[in-house]
Structure formats: C-alpha cells, structure tokens
Design a binder for this molecule. Structure first.
Ligand code: CUA
Length: 229
C-alpha cells in the first residue's frame, strides 16, 4: 500500500507486474535519451552563427530522421505487444473467484466451493480502529492462496465498475451483462488494496477492494469455514 512519501511505484506482488515495471523503466530510458538529444539540439540552435538562406531540403538527413524514430518505436512496440498477450494468458488456474460490482460495494463468489458468497463493504469512518485503513479497508476481505494461479471473473449488477489492484497488474472493467476474465499469480503473502476504477456514481470512491494473499493451508481453512456458514 502507498503511504506518505511513497513517490515511486509500489513493489510488484506478481511476476506480470514486475514485467510491466521493467517495461515502464525501459520506455522511460528511451524517452530520456530522446529528450536529452532533442533538448541539446534545440539549445545549440540558439548559440550558433551558421546561416544559409537557400537551404530547402536535405534528402539524406530527412531519410535518416524518418527511419530512426521508426526503429526506436519498434523497440517499444514489440515488448509492449509481448506483455499485452502475456497478460491474457490463463495457465490452468487453481482457484476461480467471481467478483460482482454493485452500487456501491463488491461481492465475491467462490464457485469451486459450496456456498461461498459474501459482500464486501468499505468500513465507514465511524467504525475505524487503529488497524483499519481509512477509505481503503473492507468488512469482508477476499482471500486467495499465494504462489498459485488465480482466475478472476468480473462482472457488474447495475452500472460499470472496475476491479483494480495495482500491485497485481489487474485492472478490469465490471460490465453488466458481460463476464470478463483476468488471471494472476501472487508471489508473496500480504494484504493488497485496490479501488473501483470506473466512475460509477456518488459513492464510486467508497467501494475499495482488499485481497489477502495467504498460504494454501490457511486458504483451505478459511474456505472450509466460509462454506460451513
Ligand atoms: Cu464502482 Cu466506481
């Protein structure tokens, strides 16, 4: 979770998010090189005395400064496409969780198990304790086992919502009448926070997402307890 003075991106919790961060850094390096080069050239233009009134074209340099940016763009486009398709890979999920967006809360269903369904509301201001995070914590957190491939099915009951957890590289629209799919793998335990990311009405800001990443043992205990209720 981002706290005060967290100015950089958060550490990833999944291999895909790690790759996305690498891609971000890679693209930013290219951007930096271009900015420095163009900045330097622009600056030198102010401070030189060279004038040639009859210069109208230069076939060679025009060819060069057209092809070079195109080649640079390929170095961004190819890793970007690779990641785009990698994000869509499902890889034999162990658990499937269905998340439904409502105005204004999320509900979860674990349909691999018997009768595991619950609503997840934000904890209101009046009920805050020292251990709860204001505007970000929920009464019923969802849980998934770490180091296991998880599939999320996301939909909505009323209007558009978006189920988003940044450190997982998950951001998917919850659309009424549609079932969207994402998959991810957590490579560490922890509590991960997210928020609805589609303007869905008055309380859009108040339907956060909390995911507990726990060991498979604890997950099985939790899920069996949930299906007893
Ligand atoms: Cu739900 Cu914004």
């Amino acid at each position: 979770m981002a706290t005060w003075k967290t100015l950089t991106t958060l550490d990833s919790a999944s291999p895909l998010m790690e790759q996305l961060l690498f891609f971000h850094d890679h693209t930013l390096m290219i951007l930096l090189m271009i900015t420095v080069l163009v900045g330097y050239i622009m600056l030198t233009l102010f401070f030189n005395q060279f004038n040639y009134r009859f210069l109208l074209e230069g076939q060679t340099i025009e060819m060069f400064w057209t092809i070079l940016p195109a080649i640079i763009l390929i170095f961004i486009a190819l890793p970007s496409l690779k990641l785009l398709y990698l994000l869509d890979e499902v890889n034999n999920p162990v658990v499937t969780v269905k998340s439904i967006g409502h105005q204004w809360y999320w509900s979860y269903e674990y349909n691999d198990f018997k009768k595991v369904e619950f609503d997840s509301y934000m904890i209101p201001k009046n009920d805050l304790k020292e251990t709860t995070f204001r505007l970000l914590d929920v009464d019923n957190r969802m849980a998934v086992p770490y180091d296991s491939q998880i599939r999320m099915l996301v939909t909505a009951a009323d209007v558009l919502h978006s189920w988003t957890i940044p450190v997982l590289s998950v951001k998917i629209d919850a659309t009424p009448g549609r079932l969207n799919q994402v998959s991810f793998l957590l490579n560490r335990t922890g509590i991960f926070f997210g928020q609805c990311s589609e303007i869905c009405g008055a309380n859009h800001s108040f339907m956060p997402i909390v995911m507990e990443s726990i060991s498979m043992d604890y997950f099985m205990k939790w899920i069996s307890k949930m299906s007893e209720i």
